[in-house]
Design a binder for this molecule. Structure first.
Ligand SMILES: Nc1ncnc2c1ncn2[C@@H]1O[C@H](COP(=O)(O)OP(=O)(O)OP(=O)(O)O)[C@@H](O)[C@H]1O
Ligand SMILES: CC(C)(CO)[C@@H](O)C(=O)[O-]
Ligand code: BAL
Length: 281
C-alpha cells in the first residue's frame, strides 16, 4: 500500500494505472476508521480495480472548534486497517496541500435549499466545507467511482448536487449503514461516549426502528411524536431533530404515499453529537 502526502505524487502513481484501463475508486474519510469505513472499501473492491482511501480531517466543515480539536486521529491504526483491507493507496495531505492559500477560500457551491435543512441548520456552512473538499479530492484523484455512507444521508445528496454543478461524471455509490450488534450506527465519534452515554446512544436507532416498524399504524406526525417521546427523561441526551422526510428534498414528508421516505435523527449524547437514519421506503 502506497502513502501519498501530495496531489502530484498521487497523480503520478495513478497515471499509468489509468492509462492501462484500470478503474479507480475513491473512499473519502476523515480517519479513525471502523468497520463502516471498511465496508466502503469492500464495496469499492467489487466495483473497481484500484482503491484509494483519503484521510483528511477537513477543518472547513467543522462548525464547532472543540469538535475539530478532539476529532480522533489514530493514524497508525488506520493505516494497518487499510493495509489489511487491501487498499492500494492512501492520500493523507496536510491542510496546506488542500488549502494552499488558507482555508477561507471564497467560493460557493450551489447546493439548493436542502443545504440549509437538518444538519445544515445545526452546522451552518457545513455542506459548503464538505462539498468543497470533496471537489478538491475528486480533482486530485479523478476517480471513476466514489463511495459514501448512507449514515451521512444528506451529505450524499449534497455531493450529487455538487457533481451536477461541475458536470462531473463520477458514479456515487451509497453504502448501507454498518451497525454495532445492538443497533448503534458505527461512527468515529462513538469513541467519545462514556459507558453510560454508550447505553443512552441506543435511543437513536431504537426510535428510528420504531418508525419503520410502526409505519402503517400511525400518521406521519404521530410517528414523529411517538419516536421523539423516546428521548424524554434520558439524562444527558438532547434531541436536535427527528423527522420523516422526503429523501430527495429533505423537506418534512407530507404524505405516506410519497415514494422516497427516510427518517433522520440527530442528538447530543453527553458531549457527543450523533446522527443516524433509516430508509422507510
Ligand atoms: N456506520 C457506517 N456505515 C457505513 N458508512 C459509514 C459509517 N460511518 C461512516 N460511514 C461513511 O464513511 C465515510 C467517512 O466518514 P467519516 O470519516 O466522517 O466517519 P464517521 O464514522 O462518519 O465519523 P463521524 O460521524 O464521527 O464524523 C462517509 O461517507 C460516511 O458516511
Ligand atoms: C466526505 C468527507 C470525507 C469530507 O471531508 C467527510 O464529510 C466524511 O468523512 O463523511
Ligand atoms: N461524517 C460526516 C463528517 C462530519 O461529521 O463532519
Amino acid at each position: 500500500m502506497e502513502i501519498f502526502k501530495t496531489k502530484s505524487a498521487l497523480k503520478a502513481f495513478l497515471k499509468p494505472l489509468k492509462a492501462s484501463g484500470k478503474k479507480v475508486a475513491l473512499v473519502p474519510t476523515m480517519g479513525a476508521l471502523h468497520n463502516g469505513h471498511i465496508s466502503l472499501i469492500r464495496l469499492a473492491q467489487e466495483n473497481a480495480d484500484i482503491i484509494i482511501c483519503s484521510i483528511f480531517v477537513n477543518p472547513t466543515q467543522f462548525t464547532d472548534p472543540k469538535d475539530l480539536e478532539k476529532y480522533p486521529r489514530p493514524i497508525e491504526h488506520d493505516l494497518a486497517m487499510l493495509e489489511d483491507a487491501g487498499c492500494h493507496g492512501v492520500f493523507m495531505p496536510g491542510v496546506k496541500e488542500m488549502y494552499p492559500y488558507g482555508a477561507d477560500e471564497n467560493w460557493y457551491v450551489n447546493l439548493g435549499n436542502a443545504e440549509f435543512l437538518l444538519e445544515g441548520e445545526f452546522r451552518k456552512g457545513h455542506y459548503q466545507g464538505v462539498t468543497q473538499i470533496v471537489k478538491k479530492l475528486f480533482d486530485a484523484v479523478e476517480p471513476d467511482i466514489a463511495m459514501f455512507g448512507q449514515k451521512d444521508f444528506q451529505q450524499v445528496l449534497m455531493i450529487k448536487k455538487m457533481l451536477t454543478q461541475f458536470n462531473l461524471s463520477i458514479s456515487i455509490i451509497t453504502c448501507p449503514i454498518i451497525r454495532e450488534a445492538d443497533g448503534l450506527a458505527m461512527s468515529s465519534r462513538n469513541i467519545h461516549l462514556s459507558a453510560t452515554d454508550r447505553q443512552h446512544a441506543l435511543v437513536l436507532s431504537k426510535s428510528l426502528q420504531f418508525v419503520v416498524d410502526h409505519f402503517d399504524e400511525y400518521s406521519l406526525r404521530e410517528l414523529e411524536e411517538k419516536a421523539m417521546s423516546f428521548y424524554k427523561n434520558i439524562d444527558g441526551v438532547e434531541l436536535d431533530y427527528l423527522t420523516i422526510a422526503n429523501g430527495d428534498t429533505l423537506k418534512p414528508a407530507q404524505s405516506k404515499e410519497e415514494n422516497n421516505l427516510v427518517v433522520l435523527v440527530a442528538a447530543k449524547v453527553g458531549s457527543t453529537r450523533l446522527i443516524d437514519n433509516m430508509i422507510i421506503k
